[in-house]
Ligand binder design. Structure first.
Ligand code: NA7
Length: 537
C-alpha cells in the first residue's frame, strides 16, 4: 500500500525508504513535523530490496549492522547469523517500518524525478514520475550511496537470446540456474558472494574477470543464544565504541607499524585476522597499512599466499591474485568459499585483461580469444556510486542552479551534508562524509540525528533557511582531499574515485578521517551555532 500525503505542502520530503529514510521519518515525526517518504521501489529496504541476488549478504556483522537508537528494538530483534543475509536485513527493515508505524507516511513505487528550490517561497518543489508535485521546506536525500545499478556498455546485449540479470536489480522471484551454463561479469564484493552460490547450482559457470580483488573469509555461522545474550548485556557500551571508532565497528586498531614487527610476529597477526574472518581485523592489523605502501605489501602478500594455498591450479591462482592496488584501497571483499570455488570442475575463469569481451552474441559472450555459449548472463558490475542516485533526480537550487552542473568536476559539499546554493537540502551519507568507508548504519544514524537536531535548532531559534557558506564548503572539500592524499586510497581505480564510470571526474569522494573524528567535528560545528553555515529567518 502506498501512502501519499493529501496536503500539497508539508515540512519535509525524504527521498528513499532504506536505513536512512526510515530513521529520518521516525525522528522528524517525533519532532512534530509533517514528513513524506517517497520510495521508487515497491517495498521499503532501499538497496537491500534490490540486491536480492543469490548469496547477497552484508559484509558487516549483524550485531553491528543495525539501528542503535532504540534499546528495545535492539533487544527484541534476534539476528540469526554472524553476517546477515539480504532476506534477513529486508525483514528487519520491514519490522522497523511496522514497529514505528512508519508506513502511513511512505509512498512506495513512486520515483522522484525532480526537486527544485523556489527562491521566493524558500520551499522545495518535489515532482514525481506519476505527475505529483509536493512542496516542502526541507528536502532530504536518503538515496543511498550504492543504489544506481550500472550496466556496462558492451555491444550486443539486445541480441542475447538467454536470460540476463543485474545483481542490483535482481528479480524478487527465485531464479533457478540448475542445468544451465551461466556467465558472471564482475568480481567485486557482489560477484565474489554470488559466484560460489551459483557455482553450486549451475551446470557450468564462466567467471569473466577484468580485475581481481582481495577477499578474506567471512567465517559466517549461526549466532548462538549465549553470544546474543552477552551482546545484549553490553550493547550500549558496544554502540558507544562503534561511534568513536575508525570504521564504525568497535574493533581495536593495533597502533604498531607493520614493518616494526618481526616477520614471524607479523605473520601470526595476519593469520589471526584471517582466522577471525571479515575485513576489519585485517585492516586494523597495523596502523600504517593504509598509509605506507611497503607496510601494505606485507598484508597483500599474505593474502596472495593464501590464494595460492587454496586454488589448486597455479595459473588460476595467479590470475585471482590482485597486483594493481594496495589491499584495502578497494573495499576488501568478504566471502564464503570464493577462492575454493575455482577448484570445481564446472567453473572456468576468463581473464578479460588478456582477452577482453568483444561483444555479446545471440548465444553468449565473445571475447578476443573465444566464443562462450551461455544460457544466462549475470552482470555483477556495480553501481554509479555516491552521486548516481542524486544525479538521477533533476535537482536545482537557488537561481535554478543544477546540482549536476555544480558538481561536474566532482562533488562539493560541506561535511557531506549540504551543498552551497541548495538551501535546506540535506544528503544523508553524502559525498565528503565517511559513508561507504564505514559501517554505514553508524554513519546513517549520525547524519540523521545531526539533521534532526539542526532542524530542531532552526525551529526553536526562528530560522527558516540553512545553507553552507561557500568558503566553508571549499575548505571542507580541500580537507577531504588532503586527508585522502595522506593515505593509499587514491592509488586504486575504485568506485571511491568514480573510476568505474567512464567520464566521471576522478575525485576521492568519501571522508577517510574516521567515523569518530568526523562525528566530533560535526558536533563541534553544531555546538558553535552551526559554524560555517548561514542561517536566515
Ligand atoms: P564493484 O565493486 O564496482 O565491482 C564491479 C565489478 O564489475 C568489478 O570487478 C569490475 O571490474 C567489473 N566490471 C565492471 N564493468 C565491466 C566491464 N565492462 N567488463 C568487465 N568487467 C566489468 O561492484 P560490487 O557490486 O561488486 O560492489 C559494490 C559495493 O557494494 C561493495 O563494495 C559493497 O560495499 C557493496 P573492474 O574492477 O572495473 O576492472
Amino acid at each position: 500500500m502506498s501512502h501519499f500525503s493529501r496536503k500539497n505542502s508539508i515540512d519535509a520530503v525524504i527521498v528513499g525508504a532504506g536505513f536512512s529514510g526510515l530513521y529520518m521519518l521516525h525522528l522528524l515525526r517525533g519532532m512534530g513535523l509533517s514528513a513524506q517518504v517517497i520510495e521508487a521501489g515497491p517495498s521499503v529496504g532501499g538497496t537491500w530490496y534490490w540486491n536480492s541476488y543469490p548469496g547477497a549478504r552484508c559484509d558487516v556483522e549483524s550485531l553491528n549492522y543495525c539501528y542503535t537508537f532504540d534499546p528495545q528494538l535492539q533487544r527484541e530483534w534476534q539476528w540469526t547469523e554472524r553476517y546477515p543475509a539480504q532476506p534477513e536485513i529486508l525483514r528487519y527493515l520491514n519490522h522497523v517500518a511496522d514497529r514505528f508505524d512508519l508506513r502511513r507516511d511512505i509512498a512506495l513505487g513512486v520515483r522522484v524525478s525532480a526537486s527544485h528550490y523556489d527562491d521566493k517561497s524558500g520551499q522545495w518543489k518535489v515532482s514525481t514520475d506519476d505527475g505529483r508535485d509536493i512542496s516542502a521546506q526541507f528536502c532530504i536525500m536518503a538515496t543511498g550511496c550504492l543504489s544506481t545499478a550500472r550496466l556496462p556498455d558492451i555491444p550486443g546485449l539486445n541480441k542475447f537470446r538467454g536470460r540476463w540479470f543485474h545483481t542490483g536489480q535482481w528479480p524478487q522471484t527465485p531464479i533457478d540456474f540448475t542445468g544451465e551454463a551461466v556467465g558472471v561479469i564482475g568480481t567485486g564484493s557482489t560477484g565474489i558472494q554470488l559466484i560460489p552460490t551459483v557455482a553450486r547450482q549451475a551446470r557450468k559457470l564462466v567467471v569473466f574477470q577484468r580485475t581481481p580483488n582481495f577477499s578474506v573469509p567471512a567465517r559466517n555461522r549461526p549466532l548462538t543464544q549465549k553470544e546474543v545474550e552477552e551482546h545484549n548485556a553490553i550493547f550500549e557500551e558496544h554502540n558507544r565504541q562503534a561511534r568513536i571508532s575508525l570504521f564504525g565497528v568497535p574493533w581495536p586498531l593495533n597502533m604498531q607499524m607493520a614493518l616494526d614487527d618481526a616477520p614471524q610476529a607479523r605473520r601470526e597477526r595476519y593469520e589471526a585476522a584471517w582466522t577471525a574472518g571479515g575485513a576489519t581485523p585485517m585492516l586494523t592489523s597495523y596502523i600504517d597499512l593504509l598509509a605506507n605502501e611497503k607496510a601494505n605489501e606485507t598484508a597483500a602478500d599474505f593474502v596472495r599466499e593464501k590464494i595460492r594455498g587454496i586454488v589448486k591450479d597455479p595459473d588460476v591462482a595467479a590470475l585471482l591474485s590482485p597486483k594493481d592496488h594496495p589491499i584495502g584501497t578497494k573495499r576488501i571483499c568478504v566471502d564464503t568459499d570464493y577462492y575454493a570455488t575455482f577448484n570445481r570442475n564446472n567453473v572456468e575463469l576468463v581473464d578479460l585483461k588478456s582477452s577482453p569481451i568483444v561483444e555479446i552474441t545471440e548465444e553468449g559472450v565473445r571475447t578476443a580469444a573465444a566464443s562462450l555459449k551461455l544460457d544466462s548472463l549475470i552482470f555483477a558490475t556495480g553501481f554509479d556510486a555516491m552521486t548516481g542516485s542524486l544525479f538521477a533526480i533533476d535537482i536545482r537550487g537557488r537561481g535554478g542552479l543544477k546540482l549536476q552542473e555544480k558538481w561536474n568536476q566532482g562533488p562539493r559539499s560541506y561535511l557531506g551534508l549540504m551543498s552551497e546554493g541548495f538551501p535546506n537540502l540535506f544528503t544523508v551519507t553524502g559525498p565528503g562524509s565517511p559513508s561507504v568507508l564505514s559501517n554505514v548504519v553508524v554513519s546513517i544514524e549520525q547524519h540523521v540525528e545531526w539533521i534532526a537536531a539542526c532542524i530542531r535548532h532552526m525551529r526553536t531559534s526562528g530560522k527558516r533557511i540553512i545553507e553552507p557558506l561557500l568558503a566553508s564548503e571549499n575548505k571542507w572539500v580541500e580537507h577531504v582531499n588532503e586527508v585522502a592524499n595522506t593515505t593509499l586510497y587514491p592509488k586504486a581505480n575504485s568506485w571511491y574515485v568514480g573510476a568505474n564510470i567512464p567520464g566521471k571526474p576522478r575525485v576521492f569522494t568519501p571522508y577517510v578521517g574516521g567515523v569518530g573524528t568526523y562525528r566530533q567535528l560535526c558536533d563541534e560545528i553544531a555546538a558553535k551555532g552551526y559554524e560555517g553555515f548561514r542561517l536566515d529567518a
